[in-house]
Design a protein around this ligand. Structure first.
Ligand SMILES: C[S@@+](CC[C@H](N)C(=O)[O-])C[C@H]1O[C@@H](n2cnc3c(N)ncnc32)[C@H](O)[C@@H]1O
Length: 359
């Protein structure tokens, strides 16, 4: 009997994001750092029933390709794959062997441990962690928010976490499962939050806002993933299965993640955004993000305000539109609603330190 799990349509979403985000993350961060770390806290076996790669193998292949590029030959990537289950770790080690010889600057460790223990120990033992990407993909055994906050105290660490709303919502309604929700929050305080008395979408949105409010990241962007047809859930196409929340400390990271999500939404129609004021809207439906960016920017600033392009990007990070939409919007308004003083770019370009002066 093949004991490997079946890869559900809905889980392919997470993999598609990793496949697109990790190469860009490695390329950008390696401009300043020689060593990068990827930590898969709930790694799984690395391979699914039909041979599809799981998150650790995706990370491994990405790192291998990154290190094969001539200018990255002196860089190092360290991968930690954590799973509490012995059999799963054994399968993962087999999957890794099948990937062939790894370059010497690609270090890969499979560790049988619970995610919480591993992360706490790692952070204790390594006072200064290289830039690190933590993928947290629990299945009924959440990583507590206080542990996530310890990760986020580190300068260049970011988290991509799967928040299983469908499961959590059921747990909230069932006192016998409250222990799991308490583990997630790290205390029983959540029982006094208004979301528990709400229903439907109000509860969902209020929960996500509360969850985000407890996390010590500067940028917290949730993406909503709904049930796929395969799940055969009545009305599932309008119901949330889980949220993928990206937590980071740098505006460039959140814009990169929004870019990846938007591309996947357009190519595969998989994603829904839950950026500010737009809960539940599908990115692909916003067919005029540039004009949306125009009206948001105009409502934010008044006559005489002078902002760098970078500051405008930081002020607008919570909206679903992308850096390119904001750039285009500002360029189109140049001369009428605003002037641009080009400090960094030439002619009609627009880069971080260029100044935008509103009329
Ligand atoms: C959803 S699967 C991971 C799938 C994988 N991230 C992927 O995308 O291919 C969850 C895994 O977490 C493991 N697990 C469950 N509780 C854990 C814990 N407390 N710490 C670490 N791993 C755990 C399970 O053994 C299982 O293999």
């Amino acid at each position: 009997m093949n004991e490997l799990p079946h890869l559900k349509e809905i889980s392919k979403v997470k993999h598609a994001v990793l496949q697109k985000y990790l190469p860009a993350w490695e390329q950008i961060l390696s401009s300043w750092h020689n060593r990068l770390v990827y930590i898969d806290c709930y790694a799984g076996a690395g391979v699914y029933r039909r041979g599809e790669p799981g998150s650790p193998i995706i990370a491994l292949r990405t790192a291998k390709s990154f290190l094969q590029i001539e200018k990255n030959k002196n860089k190092e990537v360290v991968l930690f794959f954590i799973d509490k289950d012995k059999k799963t770790i054994d399968s993962l080690e087999q999957s890794i062997k099948k990937e062939g010889q790894l370059p010497t600057n690609l270090k890969c460790q499979c560790i049988q441990e619970t995610a919480g223990n591993f992360v706490e120990e790692l952070l204790k033992q390594v006072p200064k962690l290289a830039p690190a990407f933590f993928f947290i993909d629990p299945y009924g055994h959440p990583l507590p928010i206080p542990v996530m906050n310890k990760i986020l105290e580190r300068k260049s660490s970011e988290i991509f976490v799967n928040v299983m709303w469908h499961q959590i919502n059921r747990d909230i309604s069932n006192p016998q499962e409250h222990g799991r929700v308490t583990t997630l929050f790290g205390s029983e305080e959540w029982k006094r939050n208004p979301f528990i008395n709400l229903r439907g979408l109000s509860r969902e949105h209020s929960f996500i806002e509360y969850f985000k409010s407890l996390l010590k990241a500067d940028f917290k962007f949730p993406f909503q993933v709904r049930f796929s047809k395969e799940d055969k859930v009545k009305g599932g196409e309008n119901r949330t299965k889980y949220y993928l929340i990206h937590l980071s400390k740098h505006w460039k990271a959140v814009y990169l993640m929004k870019f990846v999500m938007s591309k996947l939404s357009q190519e595969e129609g998989l994603f829904y955004t839950s950026g500010r004021d737009n809960y539940g809207q599908q990115i692909i439906k916003f067919n005029d993000p540039m004009n949306e960016a125009k009206s948001v920017v105009l409502s934010k600033y008044k006559n005489g305000d002078s902002k760098t392009f970078e500051q405008i990007l930081i002020d607008c990070w919570e909206y679903y539109f992308l850096e390119g939409d904001i750039r285009k919007a500002l360029q189109q308004m140049e001369g009428r609603e605003l002037n641009i003083v080009r400090i960094e770019s030439k002619k009609t370009g627009l880069k971080g330190r260029d100044k935008v002066i509103f009329k």
